[in-house]
Design a binder for this molecule. Structure first.
Ligand code: NDP
Length: 250
């Protein structure tokens, strides 16, 4: 599925919304957090490296956008109670949640299954699959309290067709797609929460460079090019759209 052609981001497209972005300190998540703030959202910057989150916080504040919040967490080690604590903290501060962007991911190893380290496999599945499950479960009450909440999962082309040597990452992205569909099927009709996924396609970030070290980063699009799609899917303009997989053109 594609977003409407020539979708224009406006400074009030996300006005008044509370949106949590995982992996907000770097790459696509950093650009998404700054863009959502520029569209009027109060962004909860969620990630593991405090210095990076603070830097994004400072940029948003300096630009005069709504004051963001920082929620540090490491998805590799976080357990059920940590997500309950997150829910309580967000409830105390904001009372509800309008948007949830699952963006953080672990790349795992690029190696044959026969050589794949078990610890790397478990870490990748923990960060990319188990953590979004626990966070969704904890945050659903806050999302239900919002008028029209949107959950956006980040997919990948390897989610739709497994690829040699991509191991746990490939499996985790297929799981994220199915989780999105399962969630959509459960929530449709009984809540106003929608769930969709987006495959950003090749994007100039540290993860892309790690996966394709021989590639010239200048040949790959910047994360800014993705933002109309991300804003659209978190804004009220996409109300009524749920259970869909979006693919950004390269
Ligand atoms: P980056 O590696 O640039 O950023 C990933 C972010 O996730 C970082 O902020 C990182 O934190 C955070 N993160 C990773 N592990 C953890 C953890 N254990 N706990 C908390 N935070 C964590 O990746 P991209 O921006 O490229 O990727 C964003 C999303 O897009 C991912 O879901 C990825 O799979 C997907 N994607 C990207 C593509 C691309 O070409 N770039 C293509 C297809 C999909 P820290 O900065 O502290 O490391």
């Amino acid at each position: 599925m594609q977003i409407p052609q020539d979708y224009i981001i406006k400074s009030d497209t996300l006005s008044g919304k509370i949106i949590l972005v995982t992996g907000a300190g770097d790459g696509i998540g950093k650009v998404a957090a700054k863009t959502f703030a520029a569209c009027g959202a109060t962004v909860v910057l969620c990630g593991r490296t405090m210095a990076k989150l603070e830097s994004v916080y400072d940029e948003i504040e300096a630009a005069g956008h709504p004051q963001p919040a920082i929620y540090p967490i490491n998805f590799e080690s976080a357990a059920e109670k940590d997500y309950d604590d997150m829910c309580n903290a967000l409830e105390d501060t904001f009372g509800h949640l309008d948007g949830l962007l699952f963006n953080a991911a672990d790349l795992g190893e690029r190696t044959p299954i026969s050589n794949y380290s078990v610890s790397a496999w478990l870490r990748c599945i923990q960060v990319n699959v188990n953590s979004p499950f626990m966070m969704t479960q904890a945050l659903l009450p806050l999302l239900e309290r919002a008028g029209n909440a949107s959950i956006l999962f980040t997919s990948s082309s390897v989610a739709f067709k497994g690829r040699a040597f991509w191991g746990a990452y490939s499996v985790s992205k297929a799981a994220a797609e199915n989780f999105m569909q399962t969630l959509h099927d459960e929530l449709e009709g009984t809540t106003r929460i929608r769930a969709n996924s987006i495959n950003p396609g090749a994007t100039r970030t540290a993860m892309r460079a790690a996966a394709y070290p021989a590639e010239d980063p200048e040949t790959v699009k910047p994360a800014e090019d993705l933002m109309p799609a991300y804003v659209y899917l978190l804004s009220d303009d996409s109300i009524g759209i749920s259970g869909q997989s979006f693919h950004h053109s390269q």
